[in-house]
Design a binder for this molecule. Structure first.
Ligand code: ARG
Length: 267
């Protein structure tokens, strides 16, 4: 995770940010981030990377890249506003002796924001169409030697895969159908039979209900309806609400603030 020391809305690169320049309340953002950090720390080890001035979105560590074992594939950000983050994340992983596998310069890839492992790591779901280029998908497949399923994101409000989809242990998932094109939705519905999928209402989607972190039996997210909470209960998860209002002004919530270093414990 990366503390939101320099977090703020200083530009508009997704629809959630529109009209919000200067609107995030810094002290509240810090409190919200700390609440998330505290709960994760109770359940697992959390590493931190220092925040950097002039990089107000760096706290969205999920976008830093993708980690698998000892390999780190750094992001190639689409917007110049975030490209300055790349070098800081690469340096952090170099210092921890990860093998760094960089993608070619002209191919965008926004890390775990757009690439999510099915929990046993047998399969990688990767979004494209908004931030990440589909050309990155084959490269990810080659580098990581995993099956990659490409999902076409078509709704600008759900511009990263982790804003509208969360794969869960036991071959289950929660997602927002309206974020995908028909062909991608079919891939999801074929893979997750009806009893293994929960499709969000627009209201739950806009709460960023599936921008969640699962650790142990907790499903940690900004907020969710009681209906969804009860359905998750049937699957063995306890919803834990951590308000993320300030980060949502930037188009991100709980999951966006975390990059998984290991798929164990689902963190
Ligand atoms: N303002 C950031 C951006 O538009 C938010 C990133 C949210 N991160 C995520 N993993 N969905 O890039």
């Amino acid at each position: 995770m990366c503390p939101p020391d320099y977090f703020g809305i200083e530009y508009e690169i997704n629809p959630w940010m529109q009209g919000n320049i200067g609107q995030a309340h810094h002290a509240t953002a810090i409190k919200q981030w700390q609440a998330l950090y505290k709960i994760l720390k109770k359940h697992d080890k959390v590493e931190l990377i220092p925040a950097q001035p002039k990089l107000p979105d760096m706290c969205f560590a999920a976008n830093a890249g993708l980690v698998s074992g000892n390999t780190f594939i750094p992001a190639r950000f689409k917007f110049k506003e975030r490209q300055g983050e790349e070098a800081h994340f690469i340096k952090w992983f170099q210092e921890k002796n990860y093998t760094i596998k960089e993608l070619p310069k002209n191919i965008y890839f926004e890390g775990e924001g757009d690439a999510l492992f099915q929990s046993d790591e047998s399969l990688l779901w990767v979004g494209y169409g908004m931030r990440t280029d589909i050309a990155s998908h084959d490269l990810l497949k080659k580098i990581l030697n995993v099956e990659v399923v490409s999902l076409h994101l078509t709704n600008p409000h759900y511009y990263h895969l982790d804003t509208c989809f969360i794969p869960l242990p036991g071959k289950r998932a929660v997602y927002y159908a309206d974020a995908f094109d028909e062909a991608s939705l079919k891939k999801l519905r074929d893979y997750f039979p009806e009893k293994s999928r929960l499709e969000l209402t627009p209201a739950d989607a806009s709460l960023f209900a599936c921008n969640a972190i699962v650790c142990d039996d907790l499903f940690i997210c900004n907020n969710l309806s009681q209906t969804l909470e009860l359905k998750l209960r049937e699957w063995g998860f306890y919803a834990e609400r951590i308000p993320m209002s300030e980060f949502m002004l930037a188009g991100g919530a709980a999951k966006c603030l975390v990059l998984k270093l290991s798929q164990e414990n689902n963190i």
